[in-house]
Design a protein around this ligand. Structure first.
Ligand SMILES: [Zn+2]
Length: 320
């Protein structure tokens, strides 16, 4: 109904006009009053604004874009502003270390490749001595890290070796076959430098594995017949060159004196005895009967090239 609408519009327009006229007439007073109100309600306003902004994606976007633009066009070109910004940042970081760390972590996470590339370029741009210093520092850092995580590392390695035992053995085998000559050379060199531990280990093994030892010796002789022949020939030559002789009578006498038993293990000799040189021909012993004794085959093999003292110690007697 236009008849009622027109007067209302007129009334409203008149009221607005009056209000505007009042505001114009009281501009200064209004400004002062508003400023007072804002000052009085500062905290309230801030809270309200904060709540509004944090809920408002559009505002967040605007703020980010505006901030970027402002930085690019104004701050970046103004040394004073840049310095101030830097100060603000430092103050903020100092006051909020955890937030600072979170921001940095997030940034590093999402810019990993870029940062790695940058670091690489920067590293290669440095002079050689600085690069060396950096490498040393890094080595020191990792050394310290390993030192600090010793137990953890040991457990991890152990677990890894257990879980991958077969693969590790296969790789080791391949490596050994590919470097066999060099490795054997190195082993020989180690032995030459310090033979004692090796000798001790071997002696211990021989004592604990007599059958295997005999088996090895047999195999070795079969593989090297000329070496065996040379050994026998050398022994015969020593026998021929040694001082003194003995007869079958001397052996019979010995047999009686020993009551038909092995001097080492006291086993009945029967017909299975061997004539042993108490001081081996190899060590300068003679063929005279007083340097002879009868041993069972086993004991004679065990005695080998031992000196009388070594042999006595071995069989648990002070003298033979
Ligand atoms: Zn014996």
């Amino acid at each position: 109904m236009p008849s009622t609408k027109i007067p209302q519009d007129e009334k409203r327009a008149k009221r607005l006009q009056q209000q505007k006229a009042w505001r114009d007439a009281n501009k200064g007073r209004i400004a002062i009053a508003m400023k007072e109100w804002r000052t009085k309600n500062k905290i309230h306003i801030a809270k309200y604004t904060e709540a509004y902004r944090s809920d408002n994606a559009e505002y967040q976007n605007w703020k980010r874009e505006y901030g970027k633009r402002y930085y690019q066009t104004v701050i970046k070109n103004d040394k004073q502003q840049l310095a101030q910004r830097q100060r603000y940042r430092e103050a903020y970081d100092k006051a909020h270390p955890e937030q600072r760390k979170a921001i940095s972590d997030r940034y590093r996470q999402s810019n990993r490749k870029l940062l790695a590339e940058k670091a690489k370029t920067a590293y290669h741009a440095k002079p050689a001595d600085e690069r060396k210093a950096l490498r040393l520092a890094r080595g020191e850092y990792y050394r310290q890290w390993r030192e600090d995580h010793k137990d953890q590392l040991r457990d991890r390695n152990k677990q890894y070796r257990t879980e991958n035992a077969q693969d590790i053995a296969a790789v080791a085998r391949i490596h050994y076959l590919a470097n066999r000559e060099r490795l054997l050379e190195e082993q020989k060199a180690r032995y030459k430098r310090n033979p004692e531990p090796h000798k001790e280990r071997t002696a211990k093994w021989h004592k604990e594995n007599p059958e295997k030892r005999r088996e090895h010796a047999r195999k070795w002789d079969a593989k090297h017949p000329e070496a065996k022949r040379a050994r026998v020939a050398a022994r015969r030559a020593r026998f021929r060159n040694a001082e003194g002789t003995y007869t079958e009578n001397d052996i019979s006498r010995l047999f009686t004196e020993q009551h038909g038993c092995c001097t080492a293990c006291a086993k009945d000799l029967g017909k299975q005895f061997e004539v042993d040189h108490i001081l081996a021909l190899f060590l300068g012993g003679s063929n005279w009967p007083d340097n002879l004794q009868l041993l069972c085959r086993t004991c004679n093999r065990r005695k080998g090239h031992m000196t009388p003292e070594q042999w006595a110690a071995r069989i648990g007697k002070l003298f033979n």
